[in-house]
Design a protein around this ligand. Sequence first.
Ligand SMILES: *Cc1c(COP(=O)(O)O)cnc(C)c1O
Length: 402
Amino acid sequence: MINDNIITRDMYDKYFLPFYSPASFIPIRGLGSRIWDQKGKEYIDFSGGIAVASMGHCHPELIKVIRNQSRLLWHTSNFFTNKPQLKLASKLIKLSFASYVFFANSGAEANEAAFKLARLYCIRKFGLNKTKIISFNNSFHGRTLFTVSVGGNQNYSDQFGPLPGNIIHVSFNDLDAVTKVMDESVCAVVLELIQGEGGIIPADILFVQGIRSLCNKYNALFIVDEIQTGIGRTGTFFAYEQYNVVPDMLTIAKSLGGGFPISALLTHKKFFSVIQQGIHGTTYGGNPLACSVAERVLDFINRPKVLKGVTKRSHFFMKKIHKINNQMKLFKDIRIRGLLIGLELIPEISVSMSKILEICSDQGVLVLTAGKRVLRLAPSLIISYNDIIEGMNRFWQALKKL
Ligand SMILES: *Cc1c(COP(=O)(O)O)cnc(C)c1O
């Protein structure tokens, strides 16, 4: 037995493969947008578990639903269907362009399913030559070998041997660049409406609409990755609603489970006919516990009050951030879409990003990075104004130390 009192951060380095280097403190409890560590120190959480904890930590409604479902049924596999997955699927379909869903457990898995299905469809319908995938520099789609290959960051893909082929990357928000590489051999164009990991960079509306037309012209599929932007994050339930386009496939994850792992691929009818049973699958995907939580998250977030609340909080953050920046001039660009906020630091700041996060957590506020020079905030969609005020004060104190 390990005694709770001797659990320390050092144990991480002793036991874990060093893919990560977590903060020096250990969060042990959360409530709403506050977190407490092993020493009782309290933090305001602007990181939201990387845009995941959309209803904050330990929301009573999610506790209730997980309690109830945990007494009924946890897991049965896809040899059986279950009530929570049927209810969740019907609600997602009602809310979106989609006619069909596939559930998985992580963003990468939803994208993996989308990319495989796109290839399958194009090969079945148009032949073996239609497999080219167009993606964008700096994009992020997950960490499986296929998803890092589609992603636009070579640091994540180039040391793992042979990669899935026929994938090309062009510059983001550059429609001419896409037009140049479009032809009949293109199977899919894959896009984040706001590049999240890449630095909170929104796609221009004409760029997105232009891609949609090119895809129509060349019979290519338009795959939109809303793993970070979906489920209310930008003030509408899906971000694509703001672009006046309809994708062929849409992937969601992060906020969907409010912290319980679940992801989904949403798509329309035309893919149905190319699928034969068993050609793709998952053990956990569509698990009753995960789906019951996600259904509750969906019902909770998809209310005018909550979605309008995202936009109101967004404006509130914007005011506070501009006020700080007018005094300190630390950000050369401020990019805010709902409660996804990117603050690009001026080049003069030489403090490392990891050190900045440490200074912030010392002051009692948790923030994230995105890309090389961007601080990212992705708080709970229902964070209280008090927590925003207190968190921004702490953030300001931290920035003064730079
Ligand atoms: C986080 C993220 C992913 C990957 O999700 P995982 O759950 O880590 O696999 C994919 N695409 C986007 C846009 C993301 O933000």
